[in-house]
Design a protein around this ligand. Structure first.
Ligand SMILES: *Cc1c(COP(=O)(O)O)cnc(C)c1O
Length: 441
């Protein structure tokens, strides 16, 4: 018999059962396969018919007038920026903790980005850190519903309306989620999102733009969907340019993806509800355990969507200062999943400090600006410190209580026996988490 209960010190593992398809995503059935084969056999991979059906169904589900398919989320956000009028010398405001494609495309429009800090609880843009960053060059605020958690949209919309600037919701982590009864993506002026296989709404490589604004919709068509930039366009000033893409991008969705998307959409809400039931149960089991807290929405009529890459908050002060690194090692030794960190703060990357992408002879971040908007280390303290205080937990796709209980027990056991881990604590390395965010499971 080992002296310790902890697996990392020789005890038995908390997680013993076979996970089966507990973590498999997306859920692909014969119906998805048939839908893809139909397009393939018809030779309709590059057409528009399936995508337009998908858009119609997606708009109805989203509750917006328009939905426009893209080849990926990066392209849909790029088009959303253009559609909001982001151009040379303009600025967007975006949280520093997000995937790069919430912001980096602004460079190719001649614009730049000013990063805002995040709220340490929601992990989304801090509504109190936006207004003082607005200048006469600010065209849009990009809001990210990070890791499924809705951003606090009410104060953000209020600020945007007051300054006459647009709000772009990056819904890549939170398709179908609710903020105070409203669907994420239809609260701002435009929503744009990734539908790639790693995300919550997963169809392959694809993206979607949603809006109620005809001009935004048509500018997005003008930007990336040239074959639909035709006589259907109603916006007067765009009519002079019909036929060719404004800016030279071709962003149409691949129809094998749209075919999968149409099938996935039918089951998406039901599957997300089961994921939320599973994660709610996991966190309920850990209620009151020191050092760990859920990253979970507290507002009424709000939810965590498909709970994309669920995370927990880490409170080392309650665990004798145990490093997240050591904590995570011990949880993984129990057979569960615990990935320290999240996305790294974008403002610290050389792309946003020194890189001269287009040969301006100066960093692209300030190439078209009349002021230096770069943000040195130390300027966004929550974003810079958050990777030591969050960790990815198992993303259960099914409500199977026995398996969930084993994983919760892994976390509980480690937290309750933290004192045994203090002696060999290596501390945290300088960097936890990553730029890409995808981590080994
Ligand atoms: C994945 C992601 C994107 C980009 O989507 P792609 O489909 O990979 O191009 C944009 N924003 C966020 C927050 C993402 O996670």
């Amino acid at each position: 018999m080992s002296a310790s209960k902890l697996a990392i010190l020789g005890g038995p593992k908390a997680v013993q059962s076979d996970p089966g398809d507990m973590f498999r995503w997306p859920i692909i059935t014969k119906e998805d396969e048939e839908a893809v084969l139909e397009v393939l056999r018809r030779g309709a991979m590059s057409g528009w018919d399936v995508t337009m059906k998908f858009e119609e169904e997606f708009a109805a589900w989203q509750g917006t007038k328009y939905a426009l398919g893209f080849n990926n989320g990066t392209a849909s956000i790029h088009a959303a920026m253009f559609a909001c009028g982001v151009g040379v010398g303009d600025e967007i405001i975006c949280p520093s903790i997000t995937f790069w494609a919430s912001a980096a495309q602004c460079y190719s429009l001649g614009a730049t980005v000013v990063f805002a800090d995040i709220d340490p609880e929601t992990l989304c843009i801090d509504p109190n850190d936006i207004e003082h960053r607005i200048t006469e060059r600010t065209k849009a605020i990009v809001v990210v519903h990070y890791l499924g958690h809705p951003a606090d949209m009410d104060p953000i919309m209020e600020i945007a309306e007051r300054h006459g600037i647009k709000v772009i919701e990056d819904v890549s982590h939170a398709q179908g989620g609710l903020y105070k009864g409203r669907k994420l993506g239809s609260i701002g002026h435009v929503g744009a999102m990734s539908l790639m296989s790693g995300k919550s709404f997963a169809v392959g490589e694809a993206g979607m733009l949603v809006t109620n604004d005809r001009e935004i919709y048509e500018r997005a068509i003008a930007f990336g969907i040239y074959e639909r930039f035709d006589e259907r366009i109603e916006t007067e000033y765009l009519k002079a340019y019909l036929g060719l893409p404004m800016g030279g991008y071709k962003y149409r969705m691949h129809q094998l993806s749209s075919a999968v998307g149409r099938v996935q959409l039918k089951y998406y809400d039901e599957r997300c509800a089961e994921i939320r039931k599973a994660l709610d149960y996991f966190w309920e089991l850990l209620d009151g355990v020191p050092g760990i807290r859920p990253h979970r929405v507290k507002w009424p009529d709000s939810n965590m969507a498909g709970w994309y890459e669920p995370h927990g908050h880490y409170v080392p002060e309650e665990l004798g200062g145990l490093s997240l690194t050591r904590f995570a090692q011990a949880v993984r030794a129990e057979g569960s999943i615990c990935n320290p960190g999240c996305n790294l703060p974008l403002h610290t990357h050389p792309l946003f400090n020194t890189a001269d992408v287009y040969g301006h002879g100066k960093p692209t971040r300030i190439a078209n600006s009349d002021r230096d908007v770069r943000q040195p280390k130390g300027s966004l303290p929550v974003s810079e410190g958050i990777n030591r205080r969050v960790y990815g937990v198992p993303w259960f796709k099914h409500y199977r209580p026995e398996i969930i209980e084993e994983h919760a027990e892994a976390y509980r056991k480690v937290a309750m026996n933290y004192k045994e881990l203090l002696a060999d604590d290596p501390g945290d390395p300088p960097v936890l988490g990553g730029w890409r965010f995808f981590q080994a499971k």
